[in-house]
Design a protein around this ligand. Structure first.
Ligand SMILES: *Cc1c(COP(=O)(O)O)cnc(C)c1O
Length: 362
């Protein structure tokens, strides 16, 4: 196995249960967009459903259609909205998040055509300026309830911009704005604001439904504190070659690393085509036999070199493994070395890694 990604399904379920208990009596959904953040939605979603998770969020209709086959009884919300796929959404019992007046009108028109009440979530923009009904659209909805004819709004939602910064004044402004805007709408829907980091801002952000993604997969929702979540992912690569370096020489493309003292390098079967980001060149770390080994030289498409001089001669051999993500070096550590966030690391891990699932009921 050149590159192996181990996913601990029990840890994902434990993380969901922890958040579920933390927010009760609010409901804890699970965000499984982008193939459950790259880990494998076909294994992750059924485990969460079996643990009691009743509501899932995905990004697109296509993701929703795939998920419907995996969790037949769950509520599935689609963040992008119906996006011209009203028929598919309705037939698979997907609940679109309506992000604009245009989407409200389109979903209402589809409901009229089908002579049915159709469920939806209403997304209010409270500061992301990304998706969601904006101020004037919300005023129009509030003034003209007929715009919602045929639509049964189950949840009114919004999204925090700065929830990972507990001290940021934007958080309270968004809570206040969300509370006020939701109260002004002519609907009796549940309310949802918090994702992973937002949950940790306190009970006043939980409302009726929370929508964690990252924290379920072991990412730290509290970037400046100890990670309260259980680690989920381990990524290891096979060492293909070990080189003794006794005369000064350079490593890799661009000769960007110069070995000055005698030592050893190990070449591992992982590269940027696997999602081991190129920005880790000369900056990342791996772990071999408990020892921290730095990346030396640039990351190649399929290969990365580590300086293993700290390990005794003869102790690292082809066939040994370097741990790239694991208990001693988490996703967030690797992300910091790469100059990015754990979300990007997780969703970049390619399909070339062999996925091994451990734990789980199935
Ligand atoms: C992705 C997303 C989430 C989940 O966010 P995490 O930070 O991964 O918990 C929740 N809500 C919306 C609208 C999202 O786009």
């Amino acid at each position: 196995m050149l590159l192996e990604l181990t996913v601990d399904l029990d840890a994902i379920v434990a993380n969901w249960r922890m958040l579920h208990r933390m927010v009760a009596p609010a409901e804890c959904a699970a965000v499984v967009k982008a193939n459950a953040y790259g880990l494998g939605v076909e294994r992750v979603a059924p485990e969460l459903a079996a643990a009691g998770c009743a509501t899932f969020f995905v990004a697109t209709i296509d993701e929703g259609l795939q998920l419907r086959g995996l969790v037949p009884d769950a509520a599935i919300a689609v963040l992008a909205g119906p996006a011209g796929a009203e028929a598919e959404a309705e037939s698979a019992n997907l609940i679109p998040v309506l992000n604009s007046l245009e989407q409200v009108i389109a979903w209402g028109a589809w409901a009229a055509r089908r002579a049915k009440m159709l469920p939806a979530l209403l997304h209010l923009d409270t500061g992301m300026t990304r998706l969601g009904l904006e101020g004037t659209e919300i005023e129009r909805l509030a003034a003209d309830p007929a715009l919602l004819a045929g639509i049964r709004p189950l949840v009114v939602m919004s999204h925090f911009a700065c929830a990972d910064e507990a001290g940021n004044a934007m958080n309270d402004r968004q809570v206040e704005r969300f509370t006020r805007l939701a109260a002004g709408l002519p609907v009796a829907a549940r309310r949802s604001l918090a994702a992973s980091s937002g949950i940790f801002l306190g009970r006043h952000t939980h409302f009726d439904l929370v929508r964690p993604g990252a924290a379920l997969y072991g990412l730290n929702p509290l970037p400046s504190a100890t990670n309260p979540m259980a680690p989920v992912v381990r990524l290891t690569a096979e060492i293909l070659q070990v080189r003794d370096v006794d005369t000064p020489m350079t490593v890799g493309y661009g000769a960007s690393h110069r070995v000055a003292q005698p030592g050893r390098t190990a070449t591992a079967a992982v590269g940027y085509a696997d999602g081991y980001l190129r920005s880790l060149g000369n900056r990342g770390y791996g772990i071999i036999k408990g020892e921290r080994v730095p990346v030396v030289g640039r990351i190649s498409m399929d290969l990365t070199c580590f300086d293993v001089s700290a390990l005794p001669a003869g102790s690292v051999a082809p066939g040994d493994r370097v741990e790239l993500i694991g208990p001693g070096h988490g996703i967030d550590d690797l992300a910091a070395e790469a100059g990015t966030i754990g979300y990007e690391i997780l969703t970049s891990l390619s399909h070339r890694a062999t996925r091994r699932f451990v734990g789980g009921a199935a």
